[in-house]
Design a protein around this ligand. Structure first.
Ligand code: ADP
Ligand code: MG
Length: 351
């Protein structure tokens, strides 16, 4: 079923439909999702994703590729100018056609988001413990303020902070501590899926490593699903099981994380991998190499394969022929015409 919906405004019936379809659907299955801003800016174009409980999916891509738009779309948190089509099946239930009341129940408890730059958006005038307690009180009519505060303390301990830090104001915490608070908040209603949008981008490398290990530990302990978004393919390869690489609003490559990082089949995947080498990885002996140019403006996408103007191995036909994701060996898929060409051309490995 395909749905078209805007993202704001209560729907007429607010009664939550708690019935579940029979069978055993994946935790999250996204089918052919598109997001268009203002009718003219296709920021996400036909994305398919799948996440099982306990699985960690990384979404990689440069700034402007549509990663945050995709993350926000999953819980219909985009502005009303954004039009969504496709299916977002959370435990088999389509988020795009959910009634408003059900959607409110699903946010935080079904899936929760650590927003990009979220650690800067804690409310400066409230203690962090109260901010963690807020979604608990909103989502559980039986929770008392005292119980919610107690739970906030437990959550802080779970993310490696003393429960007493609940009394702190955001300015009394370091960047890494504030990001831990954001993760505690995301865990507050025991979600089954956590979406973390660039959770470590603003942190120095030591703290980044600590936060990544914390997220990994929480996913392992609680058997939740994780979608982690980053421009840094090396970080995702270290943390995630599977990777989807986005370019100009589309997934152009997907597969097991380490395989995609070590030998991407799409020239864009290879360029991202070369730009973010991993310490201790054989590929890191090469100096990091940037990719010239920028991703295209979604309002003015180039014809053919959208990557062709920056592609070091583009064929003439790439300027006119768009490419779909196709089997690319092992469990990988890539949207590149060269995937079908026998790998005898050395130039394919120079991206
Ligand atoms: P990423 O997270 O990968 O950096 P975004 O999802 O933030 O990418 O942005 C994807 C594209 O959508 C960009 O071209 C951006 O300018 C555009 N965009 C993002 N938010 C809006 C909005 N509210 N209105 C119009 N365009 C937007
Ligand atoms: Mg973003």
């Amino acid at each position: 079923m395909t749905a078209t919906t805007t993202t704001t405004g209560p729907e007429p019936s607010a009664s939550p439909d708690l019935s579940k379809p029979v069978g055993d659907p994946p935790l999250l299955e996204v089918r052919n999702l598109t997001v268009t801003y203002g009718g003219t800016v296709p920021a996400v174009r036909g994305v398919d994703l799948r996440v099982e409980a306990g699985q960690k999916l990384g979404i990689a891509g440069e700034s402007g590729c549509g990663k945050s738009t995709l993350a926000l779309a999953l819980l219909r948190l985009l502005p009303a100018t954004a039009k969504l089509t496709g299916e977002i099946l959370l435990d088999g239930e389509d988020v795009l056609t959910m009634k408003w009341g059900r959607l409110r129940a699903v946010r935080w408890a079904g899936a929760s988001i650590v927003f990009q730059g979220a650690m800067h958006s804690l409310n400066a005038v409230h203690r962090v413990g109260d901010q963690i307690a807020e979604p608990i009180l909103l989502h559980n009519a039986k929770a008392t303020p005292a119980a919610a505060r107690r739970r906030a303390g437990e959550l802080l301990e779970q993310v490696g902070l003393p429960a007493a830090r609940a009394q702190a104001y955001p300015h009394e915490l370091s960047g890494g501590q504030r990001q831990r608070v954001m993760i505690a908040m995301a865990l507050a209603c025991d979600p089954r899926l956590i979406i973390a949008d660039e959770p470590t981008t603003a942190l120095d490398v030591m703290i980044q490593a600590q936060i990544l290990r914390l997220i990994e530990q929480l996913v392992a302990d609680q058997d939740v699903g994780l979608i982690m978004i980053s421009h840094d393919l090396a970080v995702l390869a270290d943390t995630c099981d599977r990777l989807s690489v986005m370019y100009a609003g589309r997934v152009v490559e997907e597969g097991p994380a380490r395989q995609v990082y070590a030998e991407a089949r799409h020239p864009y995947g290879r360029a991202l991998s070369a730009a973010f080498p991993r310490i201790g990885d054989p590929a890191s002996r090469r100096a990091p190499r940037g990719l010239p140019g920028d991703p295209p403006d979604p309002a003015a996408l180039p014809g053919g394969c959208t990557f062709h103007p920056r592609c070091p191995v583009a064929l003439d036909s790439c300027a006119t022929e768009d490419q779909e994701l196709r089997e690319a060996g092992g469990e990988r898929r890539a949207a590149c015409v060269l995937v079908d060409t026998p790998a005898t051309d050395d130039s394919r490995n120079t991206a």
